[in-house]
Write a protein that binds this ligand. Structure first.
Ligand SMILES: NC(=O)c1ccc[n+]([C@@H]2O[C@H](COP(=O)([O-])OP(=O)(O)OC[C@H]3O[C@@H](n4cnc5c(N)ncnc54)[C@H](O)[C@@H]3O)[C@@H](O)[C@H]2O)c1
Length: 438
């Protein structure tokens, strides 16, 4: 069974099923199709499947032309019909892994997907979980569902974990060139999963178990979360000491070894860094361990929007104004520059904090024309078009996301006050007295 599957994969005759056609699943499907492998994409969202089938994209950095090309090549189709999973030789799971309201892992999407796969599981299929999660999920959550079919792991079907390392918007490292870590539930599963990714990606990094692969992704994201918290805390201390944290990081970055720069900001955003470490914290409790670094980093990062609001209030106060009643323009809704993803964005938190304190708030984001209802926010706002006149009409402009599309010179020239959380105005020479870093 294993040899037949590997042979089929290496001849690019295997059909790859990608479940969850979001920020991770869609680029992955595209990579397989580009490499000459047939892909069937599955999603529960009928609007997404309809859009893809009509050659439209719903992710800003994946152009419609890319979807049209995938369709034209006849190597991609999207469906909501999960019975078609039976046709697939390799099934890659890219569904969401959010937190519940109580900040505990919400594996309902993974469980639903495992059920859907089990319903049609047949001998010779490889299943790989790509969704970020705590070590143990593949073996403890997915495997029992598949094994309950009566088929045997390592003989009839193969199960592995391979973390997605997608960084939306990045162009220097792509889905194809980013090394792919793979861990199997046993050795045949590892061999099948390695063959699957090797067929299309530049580098595959096998590890000894699916737990090691799961832990690898959590380490990467926890590393970022903790280091960002560190610079965020140092930012607040250095501010009190009259030292510019950005200048310090720039200087420290000249050290040719032993220092990797991380940058402060208005808080943490995105689907990964603010969420994934808490998957590990939750699991650690089973082992009577507390993940103190993670908790502390979370505390520091979560407090950043409050800190920024405080800096804005002080800056207005210095100009004889109260935040209550002031008109504030927030620049950037997305959680990071040049993307349209607003999940967990600190801009949303900032807007709510400002509104709660009686400010009149608008926002602009060239990538996010309007807000949508989300798990924790429903702002019902639309992006205001920028102009010199409108910039001048606000009591303060708060830079929350440093999109490349912004003309920072013009922003500083026209605004009465600029509160900059990203050092986006670093190169603006005139009007610096109006800029407050936060
Ligand atoms: N976005 C990133 O930058 C990134 C990077 C690395 C890892 N990840 C991880 O990858 C996973 C997916 O993240 P994403 O950003 O692509 O999420 P996403 O929300 O953009 O996409 C997930 C897709 O899965 C679909 N879906 C939900 N339930 C489903 C089900 N039962 N069956 C089929 N489809 C279903 C949704 O409709 C959506 O289209 C998460 O675990 C995330 O932590 C994300």
């Amino acid at each position: 069974m294993l040899n037949a599957l590997i042979e089929k994969i290496s001849r690019k005759k295997a059909l790859v099923g990608v479940i969850g056609l979001g920020y991770v699943g869609l680029p992955l499907a595209r990579e397989f199709a580009r490499a000459g492998v047939k892909v069937l994409g599955f999603d529960v969202d009928t609007a997404k499947v309809k859009a893809l089938s009509a050659g439209r994209s719903y992710i800003e950095h994946i152009p419609a032309s890319a979807i049209k090309e995938m369709l034209r090549s006849k190597r991609f189709a999207a469906t909501t019909d999960f019975k078609q999973l039976r046709k697939c030789d390799c099934i890659l799971i890219c569904v969401p892994t959010p937190l519940t309201r109580m900040r505990e892992p919400d594996l309902s999407y993974v469980r639903d997907t495992a059920d859907a796969i089990a319903a049609t599981l047949r001998p010779g299929q490889l299943v790989v979980l790509e969704s970020t999660t705590y070590p143990g999920t593949t073996r403890e959550v997915v495997l029992p569902v598949l094994a309950a079919t009566g088929l045997k792991l390592g003989r009839d079907f193969f199960l592995a974990f391979s973390p997605e390392r997608e960084d939306p918007g990045r162009t220097d490292h792509t889905t194809k060139t980013i090394p792919k870590v793979v861990g199997g539930c046993e050795k045949n599963s590892l061999a099948a999963a390695v063959a699957c990714y090797q067929a299309v990606l530049d580098e595959v990094v096998p590890v000894s178990s699916c737990e090691a692969a799961e832990a690898c992704k959590i380490l990467e994201n926890t590393y970022r979360c903790v280091n960002i918290a560190l610079v965020n805390e140092l930012k607040t201390l250095f501010d009190r000491m009259g030292i510019d944290v950005w200048e310090v990081i720039r200087a420290a970055s000249t050290k040719p070894f032993g220092f990797t720069p991380f940058y402060p900001g208005p808080g943490l955003g995105g689907h990964c860094i603010p969420i994934d470490p808490f998957y590990l914290s939750w699991k650690a409790r089973q082992y009577d361990m507390a993940t103190r670094f993670i908790e502390l980093a979370g505390e520091v990062n979560v407090s950043m929007p409050q800190y920024v609001t405080g800096k804005l209030m002080d800056a207005l106060n210095d100009r004889g104004k109260a935040l209550k009643g002031s008109r504030i323009l927030v620049l950037g809704l997305a959680y990071k520059k040049d993307v349209d993803d607003v999940r967990e964005s600190p801009s949303l938190e900032l807007i709510e904090l400002l509104l709660a304190r009686g400010a009149k708030v608008d926002y602009n984001d060239p990538h996010c024309p309007r807000t949508h209802k989300m798990r924790a926010h429903d702002l019902k706002m639309a992006s205001k078009p920028l102009s010199p006149k409108m910039l001048a009409s606000y009591d303060a402009v708060l830079i929350s996301t440093d999109h490349s599309a912004y003309d920072y010179k013009q922003i500083v020239r026209c605004a009465k006050l600029v509160v900059d959380t990203r050092n986006a105005t670093a190169d603006v020479k005139t009007g610096r007295a109006k800029i407050v870093k936060a």
